[in-house]
Design a protein around this ligand. Sequence first.
Ligand code: MMA
Ligand code: CA
Length: 193
Amino acid sequence: MLSPQLFHKILGIAFFLLPCCARGKPAEIPALLGNGMDEELLPDVLQVYNEMENIIPQLEHRISRLEGVLSLEKMITVSGGKVFASNGKRADFRTTVKQCKEAGGSIATPRNPSENDAILHFVKSFNTYAYLGIKESFIPSRFQFLDGTKLNYTNWHSNEPSGKGEEECVEMYTDGTWNDKKCNVNRLIVCQF
Ligand code: MMA
Ligand code: CA
């Protein structure tokens, strides 16, 4: 258990650091000093700010070049702020969720036609259906995102969902449409980051 004293200490440090980390601007320096930061540290803090200001655009540029190369090589697809990727392997639903999480992402979950297309790219190129991050709710034939929120976009194949409580997962066909499916078959692993 965290003692109240330790909790207060951590809270104090967090509040002390919050303005600089949140904004990253020297304009916050007076606030830092006001919060009791040692004035002797000021040159070092300013130097860190300056270095951050230089480094961040460089990092953004390098990341966007990497995304360009990975997109060109068709290793990732990008839609809006989301990056989709597949390792070409197959797994059941539970394993897919686990592996995507272990990789620092989550199972591919299309929230609009453009994201659906980005996932479809992998389904087509590996010619293998993929599970999506959508599951049946406790009400049969009503599907929802894994966090329980309502679907705001669907792309069901005609006459789907058909499982009526017997098919709790959702797979994407090679034309991009969705089918409710049992969760224990092996499907292409596609994750989002
Ligand atoms: C399979 C299975 C179902 C799907 C139907 C479509 C026979 O069951 O994949 O989920 O709805 O095919 O014909
Ligand atoms: Ca079905």
